[in-house]
Write a protein that binds this ligand. Structure first.
Ligand SMILES: N[C@@H](CCC(=O)N[C@@H](CS)C(=O)NCC(=O)O)C(=O)O
Length: 206
């Protein structure tokens, strides 16, 4: 059985979506980041960066949400991480795209507009928001074109790329954002939003 240490934000949610989608046997350990539970000596042994998520696997553990998503899908021999090498590389391509580009910008907007207020960290930084907004809109247009031609990120089959992307994109629901220019992303978003795995995972983090 796995144990996932996590919080209620996108990096944990990605991994929960994959665990739920493959029907993995796991328990969830909520880490209250506002109370610094991720900086204790025992947690730093699991992830020296002091960040969540961390997946404990018997006496071993894994950090970095992308690595966790790949491992869980691989262990389950799930088509969420296809065996074909090129399809697998395409899944990796989208995971990298979201970590390095669109997901990073959307997470900046989420942090500035939502987390800062919750944590009493002051007002959003307007320069950071402006930059993140500009790149988010440019890159949403790129995936809107892609999803106009593909039901999911990799053609017709759901993969971890969709679940990973969804965790970043759902953050737009928490701040001022219009779907108007991104109708194909919205269709894809709604189809994932209705999945039982996503609903179950959300209940777990509360
Ligand atoms: N690249 C890491 C990022 C993990 C990360 O930044 N987690 C945040 C929560 S979403 C965290 O633990 N922040 C607490 C901190 O940095 O002190 C991943 O994908 O797992």
């Amino acid at each position: 059985m796995y144990r996932l240490y996590g919080f209620s934000t996108q990096n944990t949610l990605k991994t929960l979506y994959v665990l739920e989608e493959v029907g993995a046997d796991y328990e969830f350990q909520y880490m209250n980041l506002f109370k610094g539970e991720h900086k204790t000596e025992s947690f730093l042994k699991l992830n020296p960066m002091g960040k969540v998520p961390v997946l404990q696997i018997d006496d071993d553990s894994l950090f970095e949400s992308g690595a966790i998503c790949r491992y869980v899908a691989n262990q389950a021999r799930s088509s969420l991480y296809p065996e074909d090498k090129l399809l697998r590389a395409k899944v990796d391509q989208w995971l990298d795209f979201f970590s390095m580009h669109l997901g990073k910008w959307l997470s900046t907007l989420f942090f500035e507009n939502v987390i800062k207020e919750k944590a009493g960290m002051g007002e959003p930084d307007s320069e950071k928001c402006e930059e993140a907004n500009k790149f988010s809109l440019q890159q949403m247009a790129i995936i809107n074109d892609h999803l106009a031609k593909n039901k999911y990120f990799i053609g017709d089959g759901l993969t971890i790329a969709d679940l990973f992307a969804f965790a970043y994109i759902e953050q737009v629901e928490t701040f001022d954002f219009s779907w108007q220019d991104f109708p194909h992303v919205k269709v894809w978003f709604d189809s994932l939003n209705n999945r039982d795995s996503i609903k179950r995972a959300r209940k777990i983090v509360g």
